[in-house]
Write a protein that binds this ligand. Structure first.
Ligand code: ADP
Ligand code: MG
Length: 654
């Protein structure tokens, strides 16, 4: 039976600037059981011919039948399957994968054959025993001699019970002793029925062959059969097992391969993981800071009250001309009652007289903000004391010397935060006050500590501190948020009227809509977290591009490995999968470590910068999902590049 049948095979390499014709039309038929030695000068086209015979390269022209099958119409994947099932390769450079053990190297082709059935494979351990390397099973290729490496390569070529073994100068890198051993093994294999095609330049070796072909300038110069020898007969050669395109076992194999090459190259893996980790960690931390900042702005803002108008005296002077009395408007306590009964849409009004006060108690001295407020304050601002009570209308009217302290003040004066100061006496600006309550904490962060103040009755503040009946400002709570502008205008009109100011002098009163301030601050908070988010996004992108670079380096560093895997039967999908799994794996690990690391960073920020950081499940999912996405996107390109490599080009790469 004809195993190989070539007719008019031509090969031209098309380079950028010139065409290099190498084979000019080869006709050749090789029968099963032959041991063919191909000889010729360097550059005569021997390797080119052998690569075409071995389906590693495609002819430019001509017909090629392998075991009776015309292969010129076959796709890359079909060729890979044919190589895997029918052919074995032995290269001058051995081409063992350095990170795999001897045993794993031998078993490699079986991984791509889609069947673990021993019927279709040899046992790798038995093959190693056959080539005399049972005691080297767990070694790496670098730990054994060249002759031994070539024996491993032969064992690998035999794993799928090949029909033909192609050997390109298999002894070219070996000493005489190893050369003898190798050629003997090949001879024995040939005797057992395997067809062997070997390129060599050593004339002695042709003695082992049954046929010697001389090639010169891309043509067959001579073709001689040695004195007739018994040709062995191969028992097994028809194998029709189908390879499933997708199976769990295969994915498992790919994962194992990916994991192996990651652990085999710790430096590169660590760098890639580091890249993703930094990106994810910064994303997590930035999002945490951004969310924290936004939440604290929101808390601050909601403390302002969204339906509040702040009414304060404006300037009645305009362009140097004064109106009315010529003085600024003096808002007084009577105005509160007047507005409440004459302007509709008002839910409540609180008047304020504020200033700073020097507080002394227990030998401690502390300066804080003192607010005189009308009795409605507690209800309208939701500030009923957490400990003790608020003051009554009667106490306000009688100018009682009682005070409600914010938590910060309690801490500063009495020490411990949980100290209950109710009933204690303090001096505020040398006047004795009794403490009747502690304000609920507002938990304020940012510009002003809302817990750093003392509340006293409005009348106490007016008569005992300020010595004036003038209020500093009013908080007006509007019943319906939609009416805020209208109510504000009505308040102005009413105040001008009661204070006998001309109605065009509207600047004498200032009305600030807190809802507008709130909206402005919220917008600021959003802009801030958007800014942080985009910085983090850029850093993740940089990390991703880093990964892509490392993957590209990895692909080109491992081009030879890819070539070998393809030579022994890996198809494009196999290679694509292997690299994508690697890159996704790197990104997952980097992502997970990054999440932990980022959480740590945000914890440290909140600890030392006293800035609230909030890690949401959204930011974790986003960061992790994004790192996997990056692994896919930035892995696919290099992986695709790897998968599309032509096996022989990849193998030649160094
Ligand atoms: P040898 O008989 O020494 O094995 P080869 O088959 O390797 O010779 O090469 C034959 C000729 O083809 C040489 O001149 C070589 O330069 C050229 N050649 C081989 N491979 C390529 C390639 N990939 N691109 C261009 N020229 C090539
Ligand atoms: Mg060669």
């Amino acid at each position: 039976m004809n195993v190989l049948e070539l007719k008019g095979i031509k090969k031209t390499y098309y380079l950028e600037k010139l065409d290099v014709p190498v084979l000019y039309g080869i006709d050749l038929t090789i029968e099963q059981g032959e041991f063919v030695a191909i000889m010729g000068h360097s550059g005569s086209g021997k390797s080119t011919l052998l690569n075409i015979l071995g389906l590693l390269d495609k002819p430019s022209e001509g017909s090629y039948k392998l075991a009776g099958i015309e292969i010129s119409k076959y796709s890359d994947d079909e060729l890979a399957a044919l190589r895997n099932r029918y052919l074995g390769f032995v290269f001058q450079q051995f081409n063992l994968l350095p990170k795999l053990t001897v045993l794993e190297n031998v078993a490699l082709p079986s991984m791509y054959s889609g069947s673990k059935d021993l019927e279709h494979h040899e046992d790798p351990a038995k093959l190693l025993e056959m080539v005399g390397l049972s005691d080297r099973i767990a070694h790496r290729p670098s730990e054994i001699s060249g002759g031994q490496q070539q024996r491993v390569a032969i064992a690998r070529a035999l794993i799928n019970k090949p029909l033909v073994i192609f050997a390109d100068e298999p002894t070219g890198n070996l000493d005489t002793k190893s050369t003898k051993e190798i050629i003997k093994i090949l001879k024995d294999l040939n005797t057992s029925g395997i067809t062997i095609v070997m390129v060599t330049h050593e004339t002695e070796l042709t003695a082992y062959a049954t046929r010697t072909i001389k090639v010169q300038d891309g043509l067959i110069l001579s073709d001689e059969r040695n004195k007739s020898e018994n040709i062995g007969v191969l028992k097994h050669h028809s194998r029709q097992f189908k390879r499933k395109p997708f199976s769990l076992a295969r994915i498992k194999d790919h994962c194992a391969q990916a994991f192996g090459s990651l652990t085999g190259n710790k430096m590169r893996s660590t760098l890639s993981i580091l890249g993703v980790m930094i990106g994810v960690a910064s994303l997590i931390a930035m999002l945490a800071v951004g969310t924290g900042a936004r939440k604290s702005v929101e808390a601050q803002v909601s403390g302002l009250g969204s339906n509040l108008l702040m009414v304060s005296p404006g300037s009645s002077q305009k362009q140097g001309i004064s109106y009315g009395t010529g003085a600024r408007m003096r808002i007084q306590e009577e105005d509160i009652y007047d507005l409440q009964s004459n302007v509709s849409g008002i839910e409540g009004i609180v008047g304020y007289v504020t200033g700073r006060g020097q507080v002394v108690a227990k030998g401690n001295n502390y300066n804080t903000r003192v607010e005189g407020v009308s009795p409605g304050f507690a209800e309208m601002r939701g500030s009923y004391p957490s400990v003790g009570r608020f003051f009554t209308k009667e106490e306000d009217a009688s100018r009682a010397r009682i005070a409600i302290l914010g938590e910060t003040v309690v801490k500063e004066i009495f020490g411990g935060k949980n100290f209950n100061p109710v009933g204690e006496y303090i001096k505020i600006n040398r006047i004795d006050f009794q403490i009747i309550g502690v304000l609920p904490p507002k938990g304020s962060k940012g510009w002003r500590d809302e817990d750093d103040k003392i509340i006293i009755p409005l009348n106490t503040a007016m008569y005992r501190f300020a010595g004036s009946k003038e209020l500093h400002y009013l908080d007006v709570k509007v019943a319906n948020t939609a009416d805020m502008d209208e109510v504000g205008e009505d308040i102005k009109t009413r105040l001008l009227f009661t204070h006998r100011l001309p109605s065009f002098e509207r600047d004498a009163v200032r009305v600030i809509n807190m809802a507008e301030i709130q909206a402005a601050m919220e917008a600021m908070g959003k802009a801030f977290s958007l800014l942080l988010g985009s910085i983090a996004f850029i850093s993740l992108l940089v990390g991703g591009i880093g990964i892509m670079n490392i993957m590209f380096v990895s692909v080109s560093e491992r081009t030879k490995e890819i070539g070998l895997r393809k030579a022994v039967g890996a198809n494009n999908t196999d290679i694509l999968f292997q690299f994508i799994i690697e890159s996704v794996f790197v990104c997952c690990v980097g992502g997970l470590i990054g999440i932990v690391f980022g959480s740590g960073i945000s914890f440290i920020i909140s600890k030392f910068a006293e800035w609230d950081t909030i890690i949401t499940s959204f930011s974790i999912i986003l960061a992790f999902g994004f790192s996997v996405f990056i692994g896919l996107v930035f892995g696919i390109w290099p992986a695709r590049k790897a998968s599309l490599l032509n096996p022989i080009d990849a193998l030649r790469h160094d």
